[in-house]
Design a protein around this ligand. Structure first.
Ligand code: MN
Length: 500
């Protein structure tokens, strides 16, 4: 097992061919593969592409697939059938391959040399032919895979490769993720529950239970210097209200919150956890609900779920990894309250505290302490801001008993049409697609929960590809959704996903 610093995650690129046209043709295939691999790497994807030796025989292909499975640094495999690679050679290897696969269906040169083209050219550049043979065996094996179609320099191809690589990163994260939960699920709530063993089998992540007292032990060892440094960081990054400034009436609560953040960060780092949950009903040993700490940890890439919602916590982390380096941000979110008015039918999304400041865009959040009506603890610290506007997705993951279901709603986050001077939480105001009535009704008949991950950096296609690769049910509610067809999709899916 490699340590974290030794790891060099990459995508492996393999080109399939055969010996039918002699060694000269194979030499050309190899040379062309180098050009395409170098060209793709120059496009600046989130992972480097490593060109592996060309494969021309079944034993080579099987060995390649085994090696890809075994190597932790291989996060996915791109295949290209430059000439023709009879697919019976691929059957055994592809049956074994457990890494995500993208079939690159491309050709070296964009245009045909119309006046020069002869049978040698046709035989060498026959992706149109070879890619179909390859696709056939993948389809027959029911292997989930993606296809990028077009000339390899075109935006439609590089966009697809980028999208698929992000899915590879997300799958790798999901398979290595550990979620820490402090307390169980909120009592009586159904949708945040689920089968953690099945989540391990299907998505790969593990969920470990702790109590808030475990956190309180770490909390006791946090030094005053650490608290001071954390508060200084708050002062640098946020606009502090009067009550939390030095000498303010709630300065002590802010320091308690900083102490909690240091402890939580330490606990997660020491245990190798990249996602966590809290529950306002289970705060024994803590002075306040970790609100600001959850916000700041999310901003640093941690997954978070409130009320014990480990599924949404894991999904937050996975989608943050998927969207890394892209404009936008992602956060734990909740559909909270509606506005039916002249501005259109809107949703005001928020949570009692925990909205990630990556959604704030260029706005500097306000740092405040205000009482929390539930949980029976002291007034917690929180960052206040309105989410930046733009197209976004709201993503939910549910356990239906027989399977996991991912539901995506395409939404448009807008500037709040009015000020919200009394609202003591960060918030996002959005419109549902295709329209309020259809979008909300579809979400409800799909059993979608109130907790979601809101991402401004990803599209429905990103998440759908992730679900497809893992064989998870995925429903998209977007501009094209028609409620009757959507209900039929639910019925068909019940047949298709009869068991896990
Ligand atoms: Mn909630």
């Amino acid at each position: 097992m490699k340590t974290k610093t030794e790891r060099k995650p990459a995508i492996w690129f393999v080109v399939g061919s055969q010996h039918l046209y002699g060694p000269a043709a194979l030499k050309e295939v190899e040379a062309d593969s180098k050009i395409v691999a170098e060209g793709l790497n120059a496009a600046g994807f989130p992972l480097p592409i490593i060109l592996k030796p060309m494969v021309t025989r079944a034993d080579e292909i099987t060995a390649f697939c085994k090696e890809a499975n075994y190597d932790d640094d291989c996060l996915g495999v791109i295949t290209w059938m430059h000439t023709f690679s009879p697919a019976k050679m691929w059957a055994t290897g592809l049956k074994l391959l457990e890494k995500p696969m993208l079939q690159l269906h491309t050709q070296l040169s964009p245009e045909l040399p119309w006046d020069k083209i002869n049978m040698d050219f046709m035989n060498l550049h026959q992706t149109a032919h070879g890619g179909r043979e390859f696709g056939h065996i993948s389809a027959r094996l029911k292997k989930p895979f993606s296809v990028a179609v077009g000339h390899w320099k075109e935006e439609r191809v590089t966009r697809k490769v980028d999208l698929w690589m992000r899915v590879c990163l997300a799958i790798n994260e999901s398979r290595n993720l550990k979620v820490a939960r402090f307390g169980d699920n909120m009592r009586d709530v159904a949708v945040t529950e689920g089968d953690k063993v099945e989540a391990l089998i299907r998505l790969g992540f593990t969920v470990d239970a702790f109590t808030s007292n475990d956190l309180a032990e770490v909390l006791a060892a946090v030094t005053d210097e650490e608290v001071k440094a954390t508060v200084a960081d708050y002062e640098k990054r946020y606009i502090l209200t009067d009550v939390v400034r030095a000498g303010g009436s709630a300065r002590g609560n802010l320091e308690d919150s900083a102490r909690l953040e240091v402890a939580l960060r330490r606990f997660l780092e020491q245990g190798g956890y990249r996602a966590f949950t809290t529950n306002f009903e289970a705060l024994s040993g803590l002075k306040q609900l970790p609100g600001l700490a959850a916000q700041r940890l999310m901003a640093d890439g941690y997954g978070f779920g409130a009320e014990g919602d480990w599924k949404t916590s894991a999904l937050t982390r996975i989608l943050k990894v998927m969207g890394q380096g892209r404009e936008g941000g992602a956060s734990f979110m909740e559909d909270y309250t509606y506005h039916f008015g002249p501005e259109g039918d809107l949703n005001l999304g928020a949570h009692m505290l925990e909205v990630c400041p990556t959604l704030a865009g260029k706005t500097k959040p306000v740092l405040d302490v205000q009482p929390l009506g539930i949980g029976g603890k002291e007034a917690p610290a929180r960052l206040l801001f309105s989410c930046r506007s733009g197209p976004a997705v709201n993503v939910g993951i549910m356990d239906l008993g027989g399977r996991f279901r991912i539901v995506i709603n395409e939404i448009d986050v807008i500037e709040p049409p009015h000020d919200l001077p009394k609202l003591p939480v960060a918030r996002a105001v959005w419109k549902y697609r295709p329209d309020f009535e259809t979008g909300v009704a579809a979400w409800i008949v799909a059993g979608g929960g109130h907790h979601t991950v809101l991402s401004l950096s990803l599209t429905a296609e990103h998440i759908r590809t992730f679900a497809d690769e893992l064989g998870l049910e995925c429903l998209v509610i977007g501009s094209k959704t028609d409620l009757d067809s959507f209900k039929n999709e639910l019925r068909w899916n019940d047949l298709y996903y009869r068991d896990r």
